[in-house]
Design a protein around this ligand. Structure first.
Ligand SMILES: Cc1cc2nc3c(=O)[nH]c(=O)nc-3n(C[C@H](O)[C@H](O)[C@H](O)COP(=O)(O)OP(=O)(O)OC[C@H]3O[C@@H](n4cnc5c(N)ncnc54)[C@H](O)[C@@H]3O)c2cc1C
Length: 325
């Protein structure tokens, strides 16, 4: 039986393992289960290549409290920080091991995953919110599904007409990346003033629009998508000028959804779409079950250093309540 099973090998899961090992929990007492073939899968797939990964993302606190440190750097360097952490602390990660169920049985948890069933005294969930990206509220015609995507890396997009949908920093970064790849870009944002973007991204987008490097559709609402006779996508906009644009591809950057069913099956209720946990990230209903990272913070509060800090706080509680006494 393991001391702790951590579900998810993103920034929160990796940092929690590093924190515990650094405080003396033997590395062979910790198992990390990762659904994907690689660690930090969300960063690998959703971050554009060459993305500048900022420590104060969304203006959040850039100070890391624990053993993990992080500074502004490019995507590859950010991934290297996490890869090196796994090596340095000898963290045991099982890939292709999606956790399907976690059950509490008297003195232990039983975790059923795609690579087997494991038991532990404690469990932490660090699966983030991007496994289930938010979808638009209009229907995507079946013929267009392959031309509509929710990430930036699964297809090489070059020399195309693309409409990015979203009002946050991810949408802004997708636009900048796709313009650099010689695409012809529209950005459809419901916010007129782009208020969800950080000032740098907002300025960049406004500047690019002015310089006609892309077309900003600020304050636009998409009502439907239709396939044109040429096989392109007609994007219909509500009470807007222009009434529609025609593109080859849609890229949605609408954020992610709390995996509520997964949490509910474990006996964790949600409050305002977030799991009910105490200040130390432990479930109020299931002692010994922790939630860290994006899942544990308020909507729009997720960032790498925030994930590290949730893990550091959880580790303090784990050491005090479950290890040192
Ligand atoms: C486009 C974009 C740009 C961003 N830019 C920045 C930035 O510049 N700076 C910054 O600080 N933050 C940035 N963020 C936010 C940052 O990436 C997240 O806050 C951070 O990744 C959260 O870490 P996490 O460990 O909670 O979750 P995630 O990174 O989502 O990791 C969760 C992991 O769990 C795995 N998983 C999911 N379900 C299961 C399961 N059932 N069983 C096993 N494993 C599972 C996933 O495959 C994944 O590897 C950005 C996010 C996006 C989408």
């Amino acid at each position: 039986m393991y001391k702790m099973i951590i579900i998810g090998a993103g920034p929160s899961g990796i940092s929690l393992a590093a924190e515990l090992i650094s405080d003396g929990v033997p590395s062979d007492q910790i198992l990390v289960l990762e659904k994907a073939e690689e660690k930090s899968f969300i960063m690998r797939t959703l971050y554009p290549a060459q993305k500048m990964v900022t420590a104060n993302f969304k203006g959040l606190n850039p100070v890391a409290n624990g053993v993990m440190k992080f500074y502004d750097c490019y995507k590859d360097d950010a991934l290297t920080v996490l890869d090196e952490t796994i090596k340095k602390y000898n963290i045991n990660v099982n890939f292709k091991s999606e956790a399907l169920r976690v059950e509490k049985k008297e003195d232990r948890f039983v975790v059923t995953s795609k690579s087997g069933t494991f038991e532990s005294e404690l469990v932490a969930i660090g699966i983030g919110i991007f496994g289930r990206p938010n979808k638009p509220d209009y229907k995507i015609p079946p013929a267009l599904i392959k031309k509509c995507q929710y990430d930036i890396t699964s297809t090489n997009i070059e020399n195309e007409k693309v409409c990015v949908v979203g009002g946050g920093d991810s949408a802004a970064e997708y636009v900048k990346h796709l313009v650099d790849e010689n695409n012809n870009l529209f950005l459809s944002s419901r916010e007129v003033d782009l208020s969800y973007m950080n000032p740098q991204n907002r300025d960049d987008i406004i500047e690019m629009d002015k310089a006609q490097k892309m077309k900003l559709l600020a304050g636009s609402n998409i009502v439907s998508l239709e396939e044109t006779d040429e096989g392109q996508i007609r994007v219909n906009l509500k009470e807007f000028d222009p009434e529609h644009v025609v593109v080859d591809r849609m890229v949605f950057a609408l954020g992610g959804t709390t995996p509520s069913n997964f949490l509910k099956v474990m006996g964790i209720d949600l409050d305002n779409d977030r799991p009910k946990i105490d200040d130390h990230f432990e479930s109020e209903q299931v002692p010994g079950l922790f939630v860290v990272g994006d899942l544990a913070v308020k909507k729009n509060g997720g960032a790498i250093i925030v994930a590290f800090n949730t893990s550091e706080a959880a580790k303090n509680r784990i050491m005090q309540k479950y290890v040192k006494n």
